[in-house]
Design a protein. Structure first.
Length: 129
């Protein structure tokens, strides 16, 4: 008794004895009409075609895996560069604002001194009167 899977789902009494390379599917003798102009082989030969396609896919996947690995490495390198740049820029910001703070503190001390001197002058003037 033949397995149910060997029979065509469309033409249920026909065995699928051919493989349509164009559609990458098993077909029966009646389906060949629907696949007119397509390339097909006997079912037994399809294993070689599928293996060849599988080998090509594996080769392409290996190439893509290599490229992906390179992109990941480049991503890590860029991340490292960004972190180093961040540290440098943060130091520059810190230095810049430290200078501004120092200038403000000097101006504050200068203003307080001028005010204090003004008060002394005014006190002396008041005391003389």
């Amino acid at each position: 008794m033949m397995k149910k899977s060997n029979f065509c789902p469309t033409h249920t009494k026909e065995l699928m004895r051919h493989f349509c390379i164009t559609c990458c599917t098993l077909i029966c003798m009646e389906c060949i009409v629907d696949h007119s102009g397509h390339e097909f082989v006997r079912k037994e030969e399809s294993i070689y075609i599928l293996k060849e396609n599988g080998d090509k896919i594996i080769g392409n996947l290996e190439i893509m895996a290599g490229k992906t690995e390179q992109l990941i490495e480049q991503g890590f390198a860029l991340t490292k560069q960004m972190k180093m740049r961040k540290v440098k820029v943060m130091r520059q910001i810190e230095s810049h604002y430290d200078k501004i703070i120092k200038q403000v503190q000097l101006k504050k001390a200068e203003t307080k001194l001028k005010y204090s001197d003004s008060l002394k002058v005014e006190e002396c003037r008041i005391n003389r009167e």
